[in-house]
Design a protein around this ligand. Structure first.
Ligand code: GLC
Length: 487
């Protein structure tokens, strides 16, 4: 179980209104209490923050807003002492245009000659409807930016880029981090040899770029990680599980250790769709290609908001934690947070993602445990006092306690952690499956319909955990889920 921290939103200890490494260090005990294994930090490197850290201007330093390298070293040491692994976000596809390379090593980027009035191809940038190209008057050339104009795409067909980026990995590995989440890593191979995209795909090149050279590059990156025994989780933003599977490489030429697989993230609360998503994973992510599951992150509305009720959010958490694969949990999910309502005058993200990045409330009183008393960079989520960690810790029926029990159920069962997966017969609205490892077995039932459902079970089973605290298989409430163990 990996817990994603968006550092800006976790906890401020310095009075800037922006979360920092001190805030994470102060709350590592929360992660331990919850039962997570590893923490992934969204980018903490130096950045002008045009994309809140996903525009890196120095890969070998911590942004002063978050702290210092010494703070990061302290965090890694404390996390390790607490039994937690630390994964950093690594942004290999592009740098900030304020990175010194952009001025000093222009050959590191994708430049194309041409007419200043006609972009080199029809690709459109990710956060807007303009071209993915910016004209540089001094060079009289276009440069590629799949995201903002402030995020220039690196040209990995240049071996010096490969060497420089490998060095950025080694910099953090030498400091003891355990691995990386790799930002839109499936795009790095587009190099200078820009792939032709089908009509329509230019509108979203990030979800369409899928070129062989990326695989060669990933094999090289894997070699750097293997020398340290470190791991990778790639953000392969291709909404096709069969394609995602190829980014794990082969046993002879391994690539990513893990990959995100976002079709599930985009699935509505509908059993028919989920069945398809799960079947795709069972078909394509087998053997060494170990699946991952994620319901929420810093780029999409929280699943509590998308699915429309806390009951569904809790039942979905059962799915997240009991499917075959490694679950990723986004900080605040365990509090049942909804997205903040962000008034027009407080909108800061050009990609419209502010709501899910609302600050985490730690205590019930105003300020919610953020130090320094500064107004946080984004508004609080709804019901921040009641949803705070302190309020929910005091209530064993809370969503926070539910997540803790859920993670403990996974931890305590080899079947849930690493067992095989098999569907069992159930009504159409119910996802029902058996997980098995040796003699250990768990049955999971998730009712995605609104009405009560009954599942006929073979053998004797008892409820280990119910998302609504009461459901039984003979009468599984609508939008409820149960984990059953044999008696
Ligand atoms: C990834 C990140 C997103 C970022 C983008 C560009 O999709 O998750 O937050 O804006 O890449 O780096």
């Amino acid at each position: 179980m990996v817990y994603q921290v968006y550092p800006r939103s976790f906890c401020d200890t310095t009075g800037t209104g922006v979360g920092d490494l001190g805030g994470l260090r102060a709350h590592l005990d929360h992660l331990v209490w919850l039962g997570v294994d590893a923490v992934w930090l969204s980018p903490i490197c130096r950045s002008p923050m045009a994309d809140f850290g996903y525009d890196v201007s120095a890969y070998d330093d911590v942004d002063p807003l978050f702290g210092t390298l010494a703070d990061l070293d302290g965090l890694v040491a404390e996390a390790h002492a607490a039994g937690l692994k630390v994964l950093l976000d690594w942004v290999p596809n592009h740098t900030s245009t304020e990175h010194p390379w952009f001025a000093e090593r222009p050959e590191f980027y994708v430049w194309v000659d041409g007419d200043p009035l006609v972009p080199p191809n029809g690709w459109v940038e990710a956060f807007g409807d303009g071209p993915a190209w910016a004209w540089d008057e001094s060079r009289r050339q276009w440069y590629l930016h799949l995201f903002l104009p402030e995020q220039a795409d690196l040209d990995w067909s240049n071996p010096n880029v490969v060497a420089a980026m490998h060095a950025t990995l080694r910099f953090w590995l030498d400091r003891g981090v355990d691995g990386f989440r790799m930002d839109v890593v499936h795009c790095i191979g587009k190099g200078h040899d820009l792939p032709e995209l089908l009509p329509g795909q230019e509108l979203a090149p990030v979800v369409a770029i899928d070129v062989p050279f990326t695989h060669t590059l990933l094999q090289g990156i894997r070699g750097v990680l293997d020398a340290y025994g470190a791991m990778s989780i790639g953000e392969v933003y291709l909404l096709d599980t069969a394609k995602v599977a190829t980014y794990y490489g082969t046993p002879e030429a391994p690539e990513l250790h893990l990959s995100f697989n976002f079709p599930g993230l985009w699935a509505p609360w509908k059993a028919q769709t989920w069945r398809t998503r799960i079947n795709e994973v069972e078909r394509h992510l087998t053997g060494d290609r170990w699946p991952t599951w994620v319901l929420s992150n810093h780029d999409v509305p929280r699943h509590r908001t998308r699915y429309g009720s806390e009951a569904r959010a809790r039942a979905a958490a059962v799915l997240l934690v009991t499917l075959r694969g490694t679950p990723f949990l986004y900080a605040g999910e365990e509090l049942g947070l909804e997205d903040a309502v962000v008034p027009a005058d407080r909108v800061v993200d050009p990609g419209g993602r502010d709501g899910c990045r609302a600050p985490l409330p730690w205590t019930a009183e105003p300020g919610h445990g953020w130090g320094g008393g500064a107004e946080p960079w984004l508004p609080w989520p709804p019901d921040a006092a009641a949803r705070s960690v302190a309020s929910q810790r005091a209530d064993e029926g809370s969503t926070l306690w539910f997540y803790r029990r859920l993670l403990a159920a996974r931890q305590g069962s080899p079947a849930l952690r690493s067992g095989t997966f098999a569907w069992i017969v159930a009504p159409p609205d119910v996802l029902a499956y058996l997980r098995t490892s040796g003699g250990d077995r768990r049955l999971v039932l998730v009712n995605q319909g609104a009405g009560v459902a009954a599942v006929e079970l073979e053998g004797n089973w008892e409820v280990e955990l119910a998302s609504d605290g009461s459901s039984t298989p003979s009468a599984l409430a609508g939008d409820a889920a149960v984990i059953l163990r044999p008696v």
